[in-house]
Design a protein around this ligand. Structure first.
Ligand SMILES: Nc1ncnc2c1ncn2[C@@H]1O[C@H](COP(=O)(O)OP(=O)(O)OP(=O)(O)O)[C@@H](O)[C@H]1O
Length: 254
């Protein structure tokens, strides 16, 4: 079942095309890793899909009314600022807003969703703590938990694991895989190609606003593409635990 359908999506910012003719269909059960160098268009693609940027082409998500969109897709932006000293529990409860009627407080179902999200991100012990008094990585986990509490069929997350320690990076990726296992869909932008290969069911490689590869991680990530798109050489081994990639050095411009 399709969770997101984009057709010929293009975005021009300040007269410059930054997303060109992107067509993408994401099914429930998929964890789609968006990869590509800085400025490739990963954030722009997700923001346009959500209807947060003017675009040409079609996004089935952006076409929905705003209230329905918030019950369909959770959006975890790259910026991590938490301005208000509210408790972690309250912050995560904000993820339930799209499900509440006007003036309606959180009910038992909402509290259960908040508990599930706090547990998944290992934040139960922090629930009473002011979110502004968490470390950077803990704040990032609290914001992931807020997006999870929204319990939408689709999660769009922009570099959600940046700044997390290795155990929590793996934990977050496993949580995304678990969401997919429950029949949701996750689209996540990542710079850690090793984690992308290990934990995504599919990779979409963007370069200069275009999709240059889309498919199973092992087919998308090849030494030739790393050289062409990322200008790096990498160590690569197939192990019993799956593929291992480690960037080694930067290639000279041709
Ligand atoms: N408001 C804006 N006005 C003009 N150009 C913009 C604007 N926002 C982004 N861009 C440009 O659009 C291109 C794509 O940016 P985008 O943030 O989508 O890249 P990205 O792949 O998410 O990069 P990163 O890995 O650095 O987060 C970049 O060249 C960027 O400079």
């Amino acid at each position: 079942m399709t969770a997101l359908a984009l057709r010929n999506l293009s975005v021009t910012l300040r007269g410059r095309p930054v997303l060109r003719d992107v067509s993408l269909s994401v099914a429930r059960g998929e964890v789609v890793g968006l990869i590509g160098p800085n400025g490739a268009g990963k954030t722009t693609l997700m923001r346009a899909a959500l209807g947060l940027l003017p675009f040409t082409g079609e996004s089935d998500l952006a076409a929905r009314p705003a209230a329905e969109r918030a019950r369909t897709a959770a959006w975890l932006p790259q910026s991590r600022e938490i301005a208000w000293p509210m408790s972690v529990e309250r912050l995560v409860t904000l993820g339930r807003l799209p499900h509440l009627g006007a003036g309606q407080g959180a009910g038992p179902e909402d509290r259960a969703a908040v508990d599930r999200a706090l547990d998944r991100l290992g934040l139960a012990a922090f629930r009473e703590r002011a979110a502004t008094r968490l470390s950077g990585g803990e704040q990032a986990r609290a914001l992931i938990a807020r997006a999870l509490a929204q319990e939408t069929p689709l999660l769009l997350a922009d570099e959600p694991i940046a700044g997390l320690d290795p155990a929590h990076q793996i934990g977050a990726m496993q949580t995304f895989a678990a969401l997919a296992g429950e029949g949701r869909a996750v689209v996540v932008s990542l710079h850690d190609l090793g984690l992308a290969v290990r934990h995504c069911t599919r990779l979409v490689l963007l370069d200069a606003g275009r999709v240059v590869a889309d498919g199973p991680p092992g087919e998308v990530l090849t030494p030739a593409r790393l050289a062409e798109v990322f200008r790096i050489r990498a160590f690569h081994a197939e192990t019993e635990q799956g593929a291992v990639w480690q960037a080694l050095d930067v290639l000279e411009e041709a």
